[in-house]
Design a protein around this ligand. Structure first.
Ligand SMILES: [Fe+2]
Ligand SMILES: [Fe+2]
Length: 264
C-alpha cells in the first residue's frame, strides 16, 4: 500500500499544483491512496464546494483540514454533505462545529481498513474550542483498536508538540504527518513502527510567506500593521508531499520520503 500525503493546499496556486501534477504522480509512483490537507484551498481560508469538487476530480481520495476549517460559514455544508473530507476531531463536543462532519473515518482500500484521523493543536487559533489532541487520540484508539492502517494528520505549529505526538503514539498508529506550518521539514523517518514527518509542507505560490503575499506579513512583523489577511500570492508554485509505503502483510510502514515539484 502506497500513500501520498499532500501538504496544505493554499489558494489557486496550490490547487493548480495539485490539478497539474496529481494524476501523473499517482501513475508514476503507483499511489493507492491520496490524502491532502485543504484547509487553505479556497483563497487561503477553508474549502468551498467548488474547490472540494476540483480536488476530488484531480484525484484526491481524502481531504483533511485544520484551524482554518471554520473561516467560512459555507464549510458547514461542505463538511455535512460530502464523504471525502474530515475536519479536526478534537473540537469541543458542545460546540456547533462538532455537529458538522467527522474527524476520523475509515476508508476501505485493497481489502484494508485505513483509518484517517485529523487532529489539531490547542495552540493553533481557530474559530471554535479545541480539546486536548493527545487525550482525544488515546480515546479513539481505545474505541477502535483494530484498524489495519491508521494515518494521523496532526495540525500544529510547534515542532516539539508534533514530536511529542510521535513519542506518545509511536507503534500505535501507522503514520503521524504534521501539517499547518507550510514549511516542509527534512526529518522524515520510521520510528518504532510509525512513519513521521514534522511538517509535510505546502502546495502554493513559491514566492510567498506560507502561500500569502509577503508585504503585509513583513509590515506586521515590522510593527506597521496590527494583523495580516493572508492574501494569496500568485506566480510559480511548489508542490510538497510525502509518500509512505506500508507493508501489505504486516501493515507496518516500511519507508517514508519527501516528494516535491517546483514548476520553474
Ligand atoms: Fe495551512
Ligand atoms: Fe493551519
Amino acid at each position: 500500500m502506497r500513500i501520498l500525503f499532500i501538504g496544505d493546499i493554499f489558494a489557486k496556486a496550490g490547487r493548480k499544483a495539485v490539478t497539474e501534477n496529481l494524476a501523473k504522480i499517482v501513475q508514476k509512483e503507483k499511489i493507492d491512496l491520496t490524502i491532502a490537507n485543504a484547509e487553505n484551498a479556497t483563497h487561503g481560508r477553508s474549502l468551498s464546494q467548488d474547490h472540494y469538487n476540483e480536488l476530488i476530480k484531480a484525484g484526491v481520495d481524502m481531504i483533511t483540514m485544520g484551524n482554518h476549517t471554520w473561516d467560512t460559514t459555507a464549510v458547514y455544508d461542505v463538511l455535512s454533505k460530502n464523504k471525502k473530507i474530515i475536519r479536526p476531531l478534537n473540537v469541543d463536543p458542545k460546540t456547533k462545529e462538532a455537529k458538522s462532519g467527522f474527524g476520523s473515518i475509515v476508508y476501505s482500500i485493497r481489502k484494508k481498513h485505513v483509518r484517517i484521523t485529523n487532529l489539531m493543536s490547542m495552540q493553533c487559533s481557530a474559530r471554535t474550542t479545541i480539546t486536548n489532541p493527545f487525550l482525544v487520540l488515546e480515546e479513539l484508539l481505545k474505541a477502535y483498536p483494530k484498524d489495519d492502517i491508521h494515518i494521523v494528520d496532526f495540525h500544529a505549529e510547534t515542532t516539539s508538540e508534533k514530536n511529542a505526538m510521535l513519542m506518545a503514539f509511536a507503534g500505535r498508529v501507522s503514520a503521524i504527518i504534521g501539517t499547518h506550518t507550510h514549511v516542509q521539514t527534512a526529518d522524515e523517518k520510521i520510528y518504532k513502527g510509525t512513519a513521521f514527518i514534522t511538517d509535510a509542507g505546502m502546495c502554493g505560490a513559491k514566492e510567498s510567506i506560507i502561500g500569502a503575499k509577503p508585504q503585509e506579513i513583513v509590515d506586521m512583523f515590522e510593527g506597521k500593521l496590527e494583523r495580516f489577511h493572508l492574501e494569496p500570492a500568485k506566480g510559480d508554485y511548489q508542490f510538497n508531499s510525502v509518500i509512505i509505503d506500508i507493508d501489505n502483510k504486516t501493515n507496518k510502514p516500511k519507508k517514508i520520503w519527501r516528494y516535491n515539484i517546483n514548476n520553474n
